[in-house]
Design a protein around this ligand. Structure first.
Ligand code: 2AM
Ligand code: CA
Length: 261
């Protein structure tokens, strides 16, 4: 199996695991951050993904949400995994969650996939080869006016300056007609790439929340940076992202985030 097929195949398998346990979760526990939870579905999905990668590519390293860094392979490649993004939605029975798998070299993603098992939507991109949803090409929207844009703003309460984000939300809700908050960073990034949402800004993320989303959006013609307009470095542990098509991205950078960042 080629690498691109392999990545989508494990996302599909992991997605089937979390889908089969949806609505049946009886046990969960919180991590160091009491707002951050893990269920048996996160753990089963993660075990499946890690086992498959370790047996197929033993020289690659893995960074996964629940297990941390695994392996000491010297291929230079790192698989960055969120076995279930949107765990709070999942636990509450809201069908907005996904599996996110990225592959990076030197902190920069080269391939990524985001799979929403409930809606059977597989988002995929490889550097230089475009972005796809269930095999069909996708692209970011062309909207250039904030007024008509659907914008998602989110933040992890204990990791960022909450007041700054409340002010971003205030300003965004003045400037746009539509404001959203979804509870799954990776899924929002897949929606940016497929033109369903126009712009997204979030602080307090981890590499596994964004590794796949960054490359899928870039290959779909979008821009992803931090709040200073710098590229995302997946070696950081505290990641903020601003993403949209190029026109909206520079507008938001200039008029919203650079005022405070
Ligand atoms: P998760 O579901 O994989 O934990 C909204 O909560 C988004 O922020 C989700 O994508 C969630 O990922 C992510 N997130 C990252 N760190 C978090 C934290 N400490 N607490 C809650 N959500 C977090
Ligand atoms: Ca997760």
């Amino acid at each position: 199996m080629q690498l691109d097929e392999f990545m989508q195949d494990i996302a599909l398998g992991a997605g089937q695991i979390i889908k089969s346990k949806f609505h049946h979760i009886k046990k969960w526990h919180t991590k160091s951050d009491p707002g951050d939870i893990v269920t048996e579905a996160d753990e089963a999905s993660e075990k499946y993904v890690i086992d498959r990668i370790r047996s197929a590519y033993p020289d690659d390293r893995i960074l996964s949400e629940e297990s941390g860094a695994i392996g000491d392979g010297n291929s230079g490649r790192v698989w960055i995994i969120d076995p279930l993004d949107g765990t709070r939605n999942y636990m509450m029975g809201i069908p907005l969650f996904c599996v996110s798998i990225g592959l990076a070299i030197d902190g920069s993603p080269i391939m990524g996939t985001i799979y929403d098992a409930i809606h059977d939507e597989m988002f995929f991109a490889e550097r230089g080869k475009g972005a796809f949803m269930n095999g069909d090409p996708i692209s970011v929207c062309r909207e250039e006016s904030l007024e008509d844009s659907l914008v998602s703003v989110s933040w992890v309460r204990r990791k960022v300056d909450g007041q700054a984000f409340v002010e971003y939300v205030e300003q965004i809700s003045r400037d746009t007609s539509y404001f959203r908050r979804f509870g799954s960073a990776a899924l929002v990034m897949a929606y940016i790439a497929s033109g369903r949402i126009h712009a997204y800004m979030q602080g307090g993320l981890n590499p596994w929340d964004v590794a796949a989303g960054v490359i899928i959006i870039e290959e779909a013609g979008g821009v992803v940076t931090d709040f200073h307009g710098r590229p995302i470095d997946l070696r950081n542990q505290d990641i903020e992202i601003l993403t949209a098509n190029p026109a909206l991205h520079s507008m938001l950078l200039r008029d919203v985030v650079s005022q405070r960042a």
